[in-house]
Ligand binder design. Structure first.
Ligand SMILES: Nc1ncnc2c1ncn2[C@@H]1O[C@H](COP(=O)(O)OP(=O)(O)OP(=O)(O)O)[C@@H](O)[C@H]1O
Length: 241
């Protein structure tokens, strides 16, 4: 079964069309990179997938549950890390996680145990009682991912999670998310414009000017397009230098 299935999604702001006929899937347990330059439509697409915007054209299914007909069932399977940080900086890391868990109806004991487990897995358990304001950008991102996992989703969506981090911070975050995918079988949709974040074994969806230009296994894109590298393939699909 597919973790995420997006069919013929479209969106306009006023009479400006920003997404058109967007279709792709994220298979269960797979890492899928949504590649697109600034303004390609990635964040708008995330807003539609997560139900923040109402989809006027097309459909979104999460593990077979239609977002439109059954949003709570679809959202229960989804963990989300938005592009703009959403932690409460006055709360500690642990409090941020437990607050999220309470919203999902998770009992306090379980929430306490899970917050420790998730922070530990992301390598930030020692920050549990620190106000998130005192954490580095990379640590805050990891706390956000731990929070997104509190309700046990099987699909994790991350919108440009490495924005604003230095190179070691980006690499560490990528390593943590790949581990989640490999060890827990969590499907991941990771939006980025950094080509170096694509792994050879990943799936990729190339989005440009609101349309899917290519979707498939990262290791096939160069051969299919008759070029030498992912960078060349991306440039030829998006007309960028
Ligand atoms: N609320 C809005 N009102 C009007 N236009 C918008 C709105 N949000 C986004 N847009 C426009 O829609 C297009 C897609 O934007 P979007 O933020 O989805 O792209 P993106 O790929 O996420 O870019 P970035 O990497 O810069 O975040 C852009 O041209 C943007 O200017």
């Amino acid at each position: 079964m597919n973790a995420l299935s997006v069919e013929e999604l479209g969106h306009s702001f006023g009479n400006r069309r920003v997404l058109q006929g967007v279709s792709f899937v994220v298979a269960e347990g797979r890492m899928c990179i949504l590649l697109g330059r600034n303004g390609a439509g990635k964040t708008t697409l995330f807003s539609l997938i997560t139900g923040l915007y109402h989809a006027r054209a097309g459909s979104v299914h999460v593990f077979g549950q239609a977002m439109e007909a059954n949003p709570s069932a679809a959202l229960a399977q989804m963990g989300i890390v938005f592009q703009l940080p959403t932690l409460d900086l006055d709360l500690t890391a642990g409090e941020n996680l437990r607050y999220h868990a309470a919203l999902h109806g998770i009992p306090a004991d379980l929430s306490k145990q899970r917050s420790r487990e998730e922070l530990s897995r992301l390598g930030v358990l020692d920050r549990i009682d620190h106000p998130t304001r005192a954490l580095s950008g990379g640590q805050r991102r990891r706390v956000e991912i731990a929070r997104a996992l509190m309700h046990g989703p099987r699909l994790l969506l991350l919108d440009e999670p490495t924005a604003g981090l230095d190179v070691p911070g980006r690499r560490a975050l990528e390593r943590h998310v790949r581990e989640l995918c490999r060890e827990r079988g969590i499907a991941v949709l990771w939006a980025t414009h950094f080509l170096e974040e694509v792994g050879a074994d990943d799936d990729i969806v190339v989005l440009d000017q609101g349309r899917v230009r290519w979707a498939g296994r990262a290791d096939r894109i160069s051969t299919e397009l008759g070029v030498e590298s992912i960078a060349e393939a991306f440039a030829s699909l998006t007309g960028s230098p």
